[in-house]
Each structure stands twice: as structure tokens, then as C-alpha cells.
Design a protein. Sequence first.
Length: 767
Amino acid sequence: MKYQLTLLALVMASASAQGGEWDYPSGNEVVADQAAAKSYVETHYPEIGSVAIRYQSQSKLGHQYNFNISLEGEYKSQRTIVVHTDGSGIVQRVFKSLEDTILRNGSAITAAELESPRRLKATTPPELSTGTLINAQVNVVDPDLRTMDKQPAPELPWTDIADYPTPAHFVLHDVELLISGGKYYLSNSRVMQVDAEYLEVQNPDSGNWEKSDSASFLPLEGIVEFDQLNDLKNLSFASHDFTQVMAFYQIDQSLRYLESLGYSLFTEPVQYDARGLSNNNSSYFYGPKAAMFGIGGSPDALDADVVVHELGHGIHYQIVPDWGYGHTGAMAEGFADYWAGSNSYRKLYDQGSDFEIDTVFNWEGYFGTKIATRSLWNQRARYFESSEYLAHISVGGELGDELWSTPLFQTLKQGVERYGKEAFTEVDTIVLESMFGLGRSMKMHDLVESMVYVADKLYPGRDYAELLKANFDVHGLLKAPFRIEVDSRYANHILPLNFRLIANGRQASVDGSIKTSIGSSDTVKSDKFSVLGKSIALPSSAVCGESFNLVTDLAYQYESQLQSLNWRKDTSLVYGTPVLDQDAKVLNSVLPDATLNEHNSLNFGFKSFNFIINGDSRTADENLAVYLKLSHENLADLRVTLVSPKGTRQELLTNQTYSQQSLTRYWVAKNDNVLSAFVGEPMAGTWRLEVTDYSANHSGTLVEWAVGRVSKYGCAGTAGNENNNNNDSGSGGSGGASTPLNLLLGLIILFWRRERHFNSKSEEVNQ
């Protein structure tokens, strides 16, 4: 479906379900057919239950065998395992989804569209065998009239196409039509216009097909037919026939482009009715492989983005026939938005234009009761793996559809900037190829892993894999095998640097090292774990207030029969704890929790806090600093925004995953780009901290916070100065007088504390 914005909480019904996992076998076993693939699964995965082939597919990288799973004779509709082979039949990887991801009242649901697909009752044009396919030219708008005119967006939506301020004009494009019985029809081997009447469902008891009222179809208007070819070039913009021609052309050219990439996905023509639905919405129906378009406000098919978007749903269903559960709702919409956006961007690129390329539905989105475009540049969206990502649903305050489409489209833009027009076909190919061999209950990070893998395989000489990883990482979509957590990015030099190596869901054995760029190092070796606590001493010779890197380099292995993989993580830290020239404001203020209202939609929790700076007439520079201490049962629920006295807004924390319930953080403009937006603005005035809670049932407290300048870094004083935000204006060290006796006593205490710390620190923490 096209678009419908609904606000929802982070739905935790699937919190325990991990979605899919990728295995990379270490051997070179050959699977030549379905029987061999079934034997492979039964040999290597005997614990998952009995399997039966569901379908197989072929792509550029090889062959895929998709299996159903049953446990004790009960078919598990949300589970699957897929074996991938290369062109020689050697098993390269295995996608397995062995848990139910969409639960209602504790029970797994079944997607009716997958298990009992509907069919379409419709009037169709003559069979292709009754006539001849000929080439012709048609008048269309491409991709839409507003984009062709570069018309500014209206402040309020238009209610009807008559409200559009510019007369319609057209472009001529070639099409292939059917001539049969002296009439011309919008039909060829790829696409066919039909007059839809209703959907049918099969009665499970009788086996008969019965009418379904699940969609609102327009009354029958008849198949579009033309007496002469010139009629196709003389249609008015508002005519019913023009709407049908527009949808025909856009679907046909997108399918032609798909074939040019090497993908012939549809064995029969795609059916469509540009005047099929009576409301202001459009849909693709999986069973009949039919796209139906609504007519409210402006007929949807007058916008190529809508037409190609609906075809996008057909494409992902053809690649993955069991597309369902997991995060497939939002991913389906995000892919369809990407496919439409790529189509329009490619056309505008040829024209030397970039008119609103980061937006889809540039025409249709401005008609109706509200402006309803969708973004391909939503940099605020963040990934919550345990949430449900249904179509058109907001999670963490941002639309899940845009969470998926944004990194794909931004990679395309960056690829085009780097490699020119070739990037369109190459990035589109990566996006398509990466979906082959996935299945039910996939989550976003599962497809992310596949996409990076495919980019490396198909285009090893290009930077697409790195571009994808960078763009996915912005949103938290790149699921690493581990997370590194330190209690503070600004390291207290007096104590060893403590950090946690956390298994990101799946556990593995590890063997590797940790090093700092300032000279300390240690080894990391362990069997499977959930959390591994480690410490590393910091040298006293490091430069106070300067950044350094903590480099974690690991070989890890999930199972003995799988490949040993590598993971490297560079974590930027700063030597020394900042001391601010402003006293922290102690609040211990309860943070309002998000709540569900009587309509079962989410009311966000929100509270703002003021911090007033007086007497500082200078502007903010690289020493601008923010200090924050809060506690919360689930810190990922929160988004924390700083607002300057001038009104500049910047997010400090964006729904970040953190294993602890207490968080102490510093930000300094010199080391943290997040504060760079404030540099040059006045320091004096009221700074505001806004805390928004996006998920219900978790409480928290803002303990204290401060905004100020760094007066010094605690790099040469006593322990405990990391929270000493006072007005001491000294530089370097902790300030204050020290006698030789005090210094000696301090050294003895420090030595005792460090010895006590090292002796009590456990190398491994199991949770």
C-alpha cells in the first residue's frame, strides 16, 4: 500500500525473537539440486525440525533453496532455512530464521496472503495470441507534472488536479501495444491493463473461490481500447484513459529496466487497473500479481512514484515469495520507496536536474487532506531490533519505511557522485540481488548483512560496501557481532580503562587483542560469552585532553563447522575528564514515561530543563562542554536534545542501546562533532535540555547536567575528580595546594586502590 502514517510505541511483542542469522560454512560442500539441499540441511541442522522445500530461486550469485520447517508435525509458518550455493553448486552461506517474530497474545500469527493468496476477478483484454504487438508513441508526464515544471510545493494540499496552477504538458515515449480486432490495447508480454471487479478467496472447506470484500473497487468501466494510434497522443490530462496510459507506461518501462539488469522475475504480465480502487490509496495484491490504483484527490497513477512504488512490492514478492513477518512490513515500503526514488532520480539525472530527489510522491503527496510525501533522507531514524516494524508505522518517533529507504537511497546518491551514471545500475543490482535467498521473519539487519556481502561479491573494485556500511551505521542498522561499551568516553587516567565486550545477540568464541594508540595493550581470548569485562591500564605519559583510540581486533567463530570471521572496532576516547567552569545543576527529576492512550496510540513522554549561564560575554568555542548524568531502565527509549539560547537544536543521545541503567556523559566541541553546531554562538543565556521518551513501561531520572567551558582536564590529580564540575579556573591538574607529605600519602592510596582493583576484577562476566 502507498502511505498511511500511524504513530505507535516500540512494540515489544517480539522482544525475545532474534530474527534471522547468517552462517558461512567452512567446507566446500556441493549441493546440486533440491534433494541434495534437503540432505545438507538435515545433516548440518538436525535440531531445527523436519524440512520440506518451499521454492528455489536463481540469481547472479548462484542458487537458493528455501525450506519450510515443522516441529513434531506442526508447520511453523514464520520459520525457514535457505541454502545458498554459488554457480558451481558450492554452499556459500545459509540464512536461517528459527524463531517466531510476530506474536499476538503470545502466539505466532499466520500471514494469510502467504498461505492463502487471493486472486482477482477482472475483465481482461484479448489474448496476445489473437493479435500483434506493435510499437507506438504515447503522451505521458514523466515522472510527474510538478517535477517537470519544477513547481514549488504548496503550503496547503491541493484538493483536486484542477487546483494545480500550471497547464498540463506532456512528453512522448515509445511503448509496445497489442492490436487485436482492429483495436489497440494497453497490453504486452510484460504488463496488461484490466478492469478489476473484486478479489476472491478460496474457502478452506469447500475449495470454492468466493468473493472477498477486503478492498473497495470502483464499478466496472470497461477495458481501455483505442481506434487509432493518434488517440494515444491526444489524451487530456484529466481523462480516465490518460490515467491508464500513464500507469501502463511507467510499469512497462520499470520492467524493461529490471530486465536490462538481468532480472526476468515475472513469468506472466503484471496486471493493473489505474482506476481500480475508489479511495485515495493504492495496493499491490500478491496472489494475482496485480497493482490497483486509487482515484481520490488526484488519481494516484498520475504520479510515477506511486506506480513504480506499487510495482516495487511485486518485485520483492517475486524475489522472496514468502516475504512476511519480522520487519518485512517496513522493509517492503522502504524498498518500494527506494525503487520509485531511484527511477525518478535516474530520469532527472539524465536531464541534469536534482529536483526534490530525496522525496517520493512529489505529485500525489500534495493532494488530499494533508501533505503526505515520504523522505529518502531521514537521518533521525534509529533502529530498534526488538520492535515490530509494520508498514507505515513510526518507531522511536520516526517512520520505519524511511528508516529502510534512507540508507539505500543515500548510497545510490553517493555512488552516482563517485562513479557517474553506472552507479544507478550497479546499486540497483546490489539492492535486488541482496534480497535473493532471504525468507520469513527477516529483520532489517539480516538484509543489511546480505547487502554488504553482495556488494563485495559483485563489485569488489567499487566502494559500495563501505558506502553501505557507513550509511547503515548512521541509523544503527549495521549489526556488529559485538558491542564495546565504556562507562565514559573521557577516560579517568587514575584508574584502568574498564570496558565491556558484549555479544550482540549471538555468542561466539573469540581470540584477539585490544590496544590503545597511546601504547597499552592486552589479549582477549574466551569461549562463548554474553558479556566479557576487560581492563587496560593507561600510561601517564599521554597528553591531557587529547583523543586516542581503543582498537579491538578479534577473530571470532560461532560454531566449529563455520568460518572463523574477523571484527575490528576503533573506539575514539579522550584522555582525562573535563572540568567545567559551571556548577552542575542537581535535579533528580523524574522523566515522564511514554503512555498508550485510549486509541492505543502512543503519547510520548517529554520534559525540558533550563540551564542559565550569566556573565560569559564570549561565544562558544572548541572548549564548549556539556555534562549529563541520568538513570533509566532502558536508555534506548530516550532522545536527548540540546537547544542553545539562539535556538539551535542538536541531538546528544538518539535512542542509543546501553547495557547499564546509569549513564554519565561529557561532550566537548573539540572532540565531539555533535557540539560543532553551537560554536560561534553566544554562551550567555538559557540553554535547554529536552528529553523525549518513545517507549512505555520504563522509568528514569535526570540526575544532573551542566553546560559550560572546559576549564581543565582531570589528568594529574586525585581520584574522584571526574564529577567535580566546579568554578575552579585553573588549567591542567586538579588544582589546590599539595605538600610533599600529602603527595606521598596520595601515591600510597592510589597504589593500594589500583592493586585492589586489579585483584578484584573478574576477566569474564556471564549474564
